[in-house]
Design a binder for this molecule. Sequence first.
Ligand code: BTN
Length: 252
Amino acid sequence: MKNYKLNSTVLKYKEIDSTNNEAVRLLDKKKSFPYWIIAEKQTAGKGRKNRYWDSLVGNFMGTYVLEINLERKFLPHLTFVSALAIYDTIKKFISNRNEKIVQLKWPNDLIINKSKCGGVLIENISSKKEKNHIIAIGIGVNLTKSPSKTTFPSSNIFEETNIKIDPDEFLFELDKNIIKKINFWKNGLNYEAILKQWIEKAFLLNKEISVSLPNGKKEKGIFTSIDNEGGLILKTKDKNKIFYAAEIFESL
Ligand code: BTN
């Protein structure tokens, strides 16, 4: 294994339940930020909405732990900031010919050739004051393997591009890109530019989609944009509707 020199410190585990859980356990021990918690394998990988994240050896599983001194309401920006950093990282490895197949699915999935190849789970693991938060940005990217039973089609970068990315190399690039994007975001001052970059890469933009709501209801319409708060704008028959928590699917 090559020795990649990272900007952030890295704690590496062969096997752990979840790198996000480890971030919580380390709260009293590690006081210097940011740092990465990386695992070759997770036995209880967590996805959004308490879903299980299938954590297969050869894929990337890591949590970036950072301290943010900012009002709570700005924290959801980090979803878009980190998705863009992952996008830039994947792009670095795949050829220009393959570039267009990578997209970002609202709210925080990575797509390759219309299938999910990664996701982000952001947790606010400690808020001592309104303006002081420790954030765990959990990132899973299917580099070489994909889970078999998923509600949304799943794939991996190797299968779609024939390019095998080493998880250590991926971390090396992601570390640079996440720092770069966070700096570009400027604690929210540049959020508009972040959203613009995100929208340019949005999966199903201007397409008819089905929005699945937390209460089980479904809404159909055209996904036209993202509002200033990161909500999905859906043009329905009678009016524009905005959603902040939902899942989207192609309307067939
Ligand atoms: C999702 O798409 O639902 C988010 C998946 C996030 C998975 C990553 S893998 C590393 C980190 N540790 C976890 O337990 N989950 C995140």
